[in-house]
Design a protein around this ligand. Structure first.
Ligand SMILES: O=C(CO)[C@H](O)[C@H](O)COP(=O)(O)O
Length: 307
């Protein structure tokens, strides 16, 4: 199997390495030359290319797939970079080609983009990707929306890249990123709850060792989780998180989840308040903010602000 990856950043490069470890050939493109070179050095199964034109040509070489079934995965930052890449590709791909948006796009953008892509017969999949960089490298988690008839053609790719039971065909286009949006809303709420617990501990009359507490909770407790493991790691590095500011940016997905809950008139107070607490964190430094910042940094995003 062979596919092209556009975007060799934190997620893209790890997905590429994961793919070649599963004997999948990858044509790799990034605007950054060093990123392309790093990929070329990793494996002979990776063909780095300098342009999108070259990418499409290479994809057709020695591929067991017909030219009309090229698979192109876009893994660049959500928003303008993804949207403009998809707009460019919509003029370059042909009927039958498969285009995957694996970033954190708004599902509404994908529905809009699909109008043009579907007209041209390009099969578009919106894929929510979770599990952070370690998941991308060693077994990720994928929520996949798109054309049901085309899905079996790309299922082997996701079977290879995902951890066991770590991928799901979720339905028509839009359903992948919709599900990821809700996943990320839940993620906001879970991180906030963990952080608030530590803030109460910090104000308590007891002098807890937070690394030890997180470790304890990771061993058999109801709240054991990857997020709690990240808390344990972060407290191991900085026992009271004194070295960082409790400021947490947001990429938009929490906001979209809250907007969706408002549109559907479904109460989602925890997620809504978690989003607002992130906004508040940018205004003042708190223990809660420090914990969420440390946790969020632990799975690959938003650089820590240091004092
Ligand atoms: O998809 C993710 C993990 O599941 C990303 O971390 C996503 O960016 C989360 O949003 P934010 O950056 O606002 O925390």
């Amino acid at each position: 199997m062979k596919f092209a990856m556009i975007g060799l950043g934190k997620m893209g490069k790890n997905l590429v390495k994961n793919a070649v470890d599963h004997d999948i050939e990858v044509v790799a493109y990034d605007l950054n030359r060093t990123a392309r070179q790093e990929m070329a050095a990793y494996s002979s199964k990776i063909t780095p290319v300098d342009t999108l034109e070259q990418l499409l040509t290479e994809l057709s070489v020695n591929s067991e797939l017909e030219r009309s079934q090229r698979i192109v995965w876009v893994m660049v930052p959500a928003g303008t970079p993804t949207n403009s890449t998809i707009a460019t590709l919509s003029n370059m791909l042909s009927a039958g080609d498969i285009l995957i948006d694996g970033g954190n796009s708004n599902y509404k953008d994908n529905l809009e983009q699909n109008k043009r892509l579907a007209e041209k017969g390009i099969k578009f999949f919106d894929v929510g990707t979770s599990g952070g960089m370690s998941g991308a490298r060693h077994g990720g988690n994928f929520m996949i929306g798109g054309d049901k008839e085309t899905w079996p053609k790309i299922e082997p790719l996701f079977e290879a890249l995902a951890q066991k039971n770590g991928y799901l065909y979720t339905g028509p286009l839009g359903s992948g990123h919709y599900l990821k949006m809700i996943h990320n809303g839940i993620e906001y709420g879970m991180m906030q709850a963990i952080a608030e617990g530590f803030e109460i501990l910090e104000a308590s009359p007891y002098d807890y060792d937070y690394e030890a507490v997180a470790k304890l909770w990771n061993n058999g407790s109801v709240i054991r989780s990857w997020l709690m493991e990240l808390a344990e790691e972060q407290f191991a590095k900085d026992p009271k998180l004194d070295e960082i500011l409790g400021q947490v940016q947001a990429s938009g997905e929490g906001k979209w989840t809250v907007e969706e809950s408002l549109d559907l008139e479904v109460p989602a107070p925890i997620i809504a308040l978690s989003l607002m607490m992130r906004n508040r964190s940018l205004q003042s430094d708190t223990m809660t903010g420090k914990v969420v910042a440390a946790l969020r940094n632990g799975f690959g995003g938003h650089d820590l602000a240091h004092k």
